[in-house]
Ligand binder design. Structure first.
Ligand SMILES: Cc1cc2nc3c(=O)[nH]c(=O)nc-3n(C[C@H](O)[C@H](O)[C@H](O)COP(=O)(O)O)c2cc1C
Length: 186
């Protein structure tokens, strides 16, 4: 089974996009699609970027642990809120912190907002940054508009059937990419 880490990017007090991270964790487990772990940037609460991890003389143990979890994951799902048309500093902080860990890593991007457009303005800037890091961004979107109406605090979807159908397409693309990469290695 594929190892998939879910990066939950919002560290805001009273955040709501974390609901979607909980949803994906349950969705993947319920459907036996992967071994998952949520890497919650609010729990890590990393200091502001001062240098890439591999060049730090005394790296935080938590930063090294985070990097190893990304390195050993077969794929990554990023759950990001939209802040002023972009992704949050907490996410840029960890993208810049890592280097080789992103190289050829299949990454699926899920954007979240409390408005009507599901955070889709984030996509181009985040994709571009991940492309610069040589990640393989997956050709699928999972925008979540009106997040508090769509998911409760435990990640339960208000309309589970519809959410699960959308998730199947989104996660399916990630798993395809993971499978394709595995074939290239053999
Ligand atoms: C600083 C800030 C800027 C925001 N900018 C946008 C925005 O540009 N577009 C949008 O749809 N929602 C915006 N929102 C609302 C978020 O989409 C909303 O908080 C959502 O729940 C996801 O973020 P969260 O996980 O931090 O709650 C903004 C929220 C904050 C705190």
């Amino acid at each position: 089974m594929s190892k998939i880490v879910i990066i939950s990017a919002s560290i805001r007090e009273g955040r709501n996009s974390h609901r979607v991270a909980l949803y994906f964790s349950s969705y993947l487990a319920e459907n036996k699609l992967g071994e998952t772990e949520i890497l919650d940037l609010k729990s890590y609460y990393f200091p502001l970027f001062s240098e890439r991890l591999k060049y730090q003389k005394k790296p935080l143990a938590s930063a090294t642990e985070f990097a190893e979890k990304v390195r050993h994951a077969d794929g990554v799902i990023i759950i990001t809120p939209e802040y002023n048309g972009g992704y949050p500093a907490s996410l840029k902080n960890v993208i810049d912190l890592l280097t080789d860990e992103w190289n050829k890593k299949p990454v699926a991007i899920c954007t979240v907002s409390d408005g009507n457009f599901g955070g889709t303005q984030v996509i181009t800037s985040l994709q571009f940054t991940l492309w610069k890091m040589k990640a393989w961004t997956v050709n699928a979107m999972f925008p979540v508009p009106k997040v508090t109406q769509s998911f409760d605090e435990n990640g339960l979807a208000a309309d589970k059937d519809t959410s699960d159908k959308r998730a199947a397409g989104f996660v399916g693309e990630l798993l395809w990419c993971i499978g394709a990469k595995a074939k290239m290695k053999n």
